[in-house]
Design a protein around this ligand. Structure first.
Ligand SMILES: C[S@@+](CC[C@H](N)C(=O)[O-])C[C@H]1O[C@@H](n2cnc3c(N)ncnc32)[C@H](O)[C@@H]1O
Length: 263
């Protein structure tokens, strides 16, 4: 499996959390897991494990001043990028998560069929599955992991908003200082758009002056394509939101946040 340098180059991986801090999606998915009373959760493409660790953070439920007990939730984080998992394993709370190197199939092998209440794909992981076959395959594995009535939740960028037209060096160039004091400049440049696939280079220049380039391709599926693929995999769409505050999909929103129930 070919993985983007962003997930394999230790220098870029070490900057992932700083670059992706302050995300509203984490609160959304944690609240969803609580509302669904999900006891066993699988995070497919868990990356550096921010969400998975948050899902087992028992201190969220502890009464003020009391000692948090261990979480009664089982969380499995699975990702094919070893360098991302290295960060996940060492984060606070990471010891309470089962980390697996691999694809969703590794979680199915580990947990067995029908064992999960909730399967998640966050950080636009749904868009890394470029072909219809790869997408159908991961949906089939999610369906196999879930018992009837279990849920699959993920987000994908709405192609109607054409977000990639704003991924230009001029609009994305940013100079930032990490918590460890490292100064960097980063920008994004789209190099190809065809057949629902958008290819772009992510540039990162650190103090050594080296331009580290990570090339990615993402698949943009329409709402109707996603709905049809979920139906074919045995899911009913329970909710679709356009933003993390649960607003409906509309001209002001750019996400398709889907929560589907296994039939
Ligand atoms: C943008 S990151 C998202 C990470 C994390 N979910 C988050 O929200 O920060 C995409 C992740 O998908 C993983 N990935 C790539 N191909 C995958 C596949 N076939 N199955 C599962 N995960 C995959 C990458 O290794 C990377 O960690």
């Amino acid at each position: 499996m070919r993985l983007d340098a962003h997930y394999t180059d230790p220098t870029l991986v070490s900057r992932y959390d700083a670059e992706n801090s302050g995300r509203d999606d984490t609160d959304f998915y944690v609240a969803l897991a609580d509302e669904l009373q999900a006891r066993t959760v699988v995070d497919v493409g868990c990356g550096t494990g921010v969400l998975a660790a948050e899902l087992v953070d028992a201190s969220r439920d502890a009464a003020p001043g009391s000692e948090p007990t261990s979480s009664d939730r089982t969380v499995v984080g699975v990702d094919p990028a070893a360098a991302m998992l290295d960060v996940a394993r060492s984060r606070t709370g990471g010891q309470q998560v089962t980390w697996l190197e691999g694809t969703a199939d590794a979680a199915l092998d580990h947990l067995g069929p029908g064992s999960a209440d909730l399967v998640l794909m966050t950080g636009h992981v749904a868009q890394v599955f470029l072909t219809d076959d790869d997408w159908s395959q991961v949906l089939a594995t999610a369906a196999a992991l879930l018992a009837s009535g279990g849920h699959l939740a993920f987000e994908t960028r709405d192609p109607e908003r054409r977000t990639w037209t704003r991924w230009t060096p001029e609009l994305t160039r940013e100079r930032s200082t990490d918590p460890d004091g490292t100064v960097s400049t980063g920008w994004v440049e789209v190099t190809a758009v065809h057949d629902g696939l958008v290819t772009f280079d992510g540039h990162t220049v650190l103090e050594d002056g080296v331009d580290r380039v990570s090339t990615s391709t993402l698949r943009f599926r329409s709402r109707s394509e996603v709905e049809a693929s979920l139906d074919a995999a045995g899911f009913d769409v329970a909710w679709t939101y356009g933003d993390w505050d649960r607003s409906p999909v509309g001209p002001q929103t750019s996400e398709l946040i889907m929560v589907a129930r296994r039939r």
